[in-house]
Ligand binder design. Structure first.
Ligand code: NAD
Ligand code: IPM
Ligand code: MN
Length: 364
């Protein structure tokens, strides 16, 4: 198959991990006889420095003309004090909006070989298999007004939480569809005891749930969900929630696997192209040191193979190679471990790539 992939490395470790994912995709192409065409676009701080805006129109065009988009991460100290329209994060929010990527899937899995790296006991995390479905184009992130203001002459500020019913319906429906293919349970997370938006969210979840009698629907308040995720994570299958709650809960969920550097994501729209990015950021504290964990990015590429290209065997080959390398004891420093084989970003990529190609040789 021939596929066009838009590649937006962004800033900080985004650049480092994207490089790794491309190498893995090239190995996949070699092993399975595909042709992937990578075309690079600017986003975030890099784009601000080059052309004065965090998301140039040509990047949006490139993405729209591609079969899928791979994104590293954006942000960094350099741009932290910029006015809002010149912040790297603006570019990320805008590409999500421009591509209408309303549903962000963030799977969290149990890795037996990383169990000792989690601060949680093995019996708590063993067998964890959940997917967070995060609403991605609405809520507090996009509500207007969002600005400094005055009240009785004194400084004040407003951020608006706005959702249309149909925006809730489409993402909740997607969560139910996903649950049908999994363990058949949806946990809808909200703050319905306080927020009107959450009361509408709960209402919509109930309505959509009626169309899926085979799926169990449960509601959970977000503060309790944050606690349950650590205390009894195995109770979750599909978790669906609004934009901000999903952002926070998914970073928390990464602790179950052992590191934030392990969690991939896929952002879906009605008609594509979909976008794939790790859930972590640009990690300016470790940028340039060649120690970032590239696995979240490689697994995001695997999600792309499966969800955008229907390449199930190829996606599994990548996931399997990652698992084998972890089982063999290779670790980037973010994964706490003792007496294991400590490797750099590039060495980790090399191990996964070599394993991917070796597996092919064994099969042939
Ligand atoms: P972060 O996710 O970048 O880093 C949090 C911590 O986790 C840091 O200590 C970092 O070193 C570590 N970490 C993250 N990913 C890692 C990896 N792959 N391997 C090893 N360690 C890893 O979050 P932050 O520090 O709060 O934010 C830094 C910048 O990134 C900010 O500008 C923020 O806006 C941006 N950000 C961007 C995205 C994105 O592009 N999707 C996501 C989150 C944060
Ligand atoms: C993420 C990030 C972004 C978000 C930021 C950088 C805008 O934290 O992708 O999780 O909050 O969505
Ligand atoms: Mn986040």
């Amino acid at each position: 198959m021939k596929k066009r992939i838009a590649v937006l490395p962004g800033d900080g470790i985004g650049k480092e991990v994207v490089k790794g994912a491309i190498e893995i995709l090239q190995a996949v192409a070699e092993r399975f006889g595909h042709q992937f065409y990578f075309q690079y676009g600017k986003i975030g701080g890099e784009a601000i420095d080059a052309v004065g805006t965090p998301l140039p129109d040509e990047t949006v065009e490139l993405c729209k003309q591609s079969d899928a988009v791979l994104l590293g991460a954006v942000g960094g100290y350099k741009w932290e004090r910029q006015p809002v329209h010149l912040r790297p994060e603006r570019g990320l929010l805008k590409i999500r909006k421009d591509l209408n990527l309303f549903a962000n899937l963030r799977p969290t899995n149990y890795y037996p070989s990383l169990a000792e790296s989690s601060p949680l006991r093995n019996e708590v995390i063993e067998g964890v298999d959940m997917v967070m479905v995060r609403e991605l184009t609405g809520g507090l992130y996009f509500g207007k007004p969002s600005e400094r203001t005055k009240k009785n002459g004194e400084d004040a500020v407003v951020d608006t939480l706005f959702y249309q019913r149909k925006e809730m319906q489409r993402v909740i429906k997607l969560a139910f569809e996903l649950a049908k293919t999994r363990k058949g349970k949806v946990t809808s997370v909200d703050k319905a005891n306080v927020l009107e938006s959450s009361r509408m969210w709960r209402e919509v979840a109930e309505e959509v749930g009626k169309e899926y009698p085979e799926v169990v629907l449960e509601h959970m308040l977000v503060d309790n969900a944050a606690m349950q995720m650590i205390k009894k994570p195995k109770q979750f299958d599909v978790v669906v929630t609004e934009n901000m709650f999903g952002d926070i809960l998914s970073d928390e969920a990464s602790v179950l696997t052992g590191s934030l550097g392990m969690l991939p994501s896929a952002s879906l729209s009605q008609n594509g192209p979909y976008l794939y990015e790790p859930i972590h950021g640009s990690a300016p504290d470790i940028e340039g040191k060649n120690i970032a964990n590239p696995i979240a990015m490689m697994l995001s590429a695997a999600m792309m193979l499966r969800l955008s290209f229907g390449m199930n065997e190829e996606a599994e080959a990548v996931e399997q190679a990652v698992n084998q390398v972890l089982d063999a004891g290779y670790r980037t420093p973010d994964i706490m471990s003792f007496a294991k084989k400590k490797v750099s970003t590039t060495e980790m990529v090399e191990e996964v790539k070599a394993t991917l190609l070796d597996n092919a040789a064994i099969l042939n």
